[in-house]
Ligand binder design. Structure first.
Ligand code: KIV
Length: 304
């Protein structure tokens, strides 16, 4: 029996729109490497986001700001390879990192094209509202679907004064709604709403024809996105209100490594079950003052 995964039809931007219209929720998860991509796809996620959150959860930075376009291309390509080894159903979106689209629409188009051509992404995501209408238009015109991102936009952490919930007062909420509508008008096919009140997310979602994908934006969005490391509980010390942990893998990984270390120290690993044997290989005693024989007898290599 074949163990090859069965390729399933890829989720497209049109499927996502249909899901909104049908009231079917869209599940989005981040992934940064091939193994994670394979597992997330097999878990049934509709969309995989190669988020610039990798700057924090993979690279260990304190913000997403140091992530480069080359790094995003590298991780996106790894995720694409992982997807091609699974059913390959999930729609693949890559984040445009800080500095890859803000300076000019021309540069934004070139950056988006690299993420698609070299990174294998089907769409790109960029942060920002009405100020980015022209950039979005130009990327979409170049044939690349764009996912917007409003509310808490981590690339503007210094402007926002920290990672704080956005749109709590009426004026700021109104601006977020205006931004979301402007992005829809510019051609975005979906919009991430990050860390805004659930009441505002409900209004934005009801006023847009394109799907909204929430993170820290309550239950009324058309879909939800979580960072894979967060939902797996890989970092026991990170527990913001909007994250639900569906596993405690951090504790499990630490336990597994510690069991391995103990067995190595106790000479209990590897045992016979994890060792290779050969009846033709034998230990040749070499007297201390003699050179070893040039051609040792026996087969020295065997496929694993
Ligand atoms: O970078 C990222 O992972 C994101 C999601 C949290 C929306 O932008």
């Amino acid at each position: 029996m074949s163990t090859q995964p069965i390729a399933r039809k890829r989720v497209t931007i049109h499927d996502l729109r249909r899901m909104k219209e049908a009231g079917d929720r869209i599940a989005v998860v981040t992934a940064y490497d091939a193994t994670a991509a394979r597992l997330v796809d097999a878990g049934g996620a509709d969309v995989i986001l190669v988020g610039d959150s990798l700057g924090m959860v993979v690279q260990g930075h304190e913000s997403t700001l140091p992530v480069t376009l080359d790094q995003m291309v590298y991780h996106s390509a790894a995720v694409r390879r992982g997807l091609s080894r699974s059913s390959g159903r999930a729609h693949l979106v890559a984040d445009m990192p800080f500095g890859s689209y803000q300076a000019s629409a021309d540069e934004a188009v070139r950056s988006a094209m690299r993420l698609v051509a070299e990174g294998g992404a089907e769409a790109v995501k960029l942060e920002g509202g009405s100020d980015y209408v022209e950039v979005v238009r130009r990327i979409v015109r170049a044939g690349v679907p764009v996912m917007g991102h409003v509310g808490l936009t981590p690339q503007s952490v210094h402007k926002m004064g920290g990672y704080v919930v956005q749109g709590r007062d009426a004026e700021k909420a109104q601006q977020i709604l205006r931004d979301a509508r402007a992005l829809e008008g510019a051609g975005c096919y979906a919009i991430v709403l990050e860390c805004i009140p659930a009441e505002l997310a409900r209004i934005v979602t009801s006023q847009l024809r394109i799907p909204t994908i929430g993170i820290g934006a309550g239950p009324h969005c058309d879909g939800q996105v979580l960072v894979l490391n967060d939902l797996l509980g890989l970092d026991a010390g990170f527990a913001p209100r909007f994250v639900k942990r569906y596993a405690e893998l951090g504790t499990q990984v630490q336990g597994a490594v510690s069991a391995y270390v103990s067995e190595v120290k106790a000479k209990a690993f590897p045992d016979d079950e994890h060792a290779f044997h050969s009846s033709t290989v034998r230990l040749v005693e070499v007297p201390a003052d003699e050179e070893p024989p040039e051609e040792p007898s026996g087969v020295m290599g065997a496929p694993i």
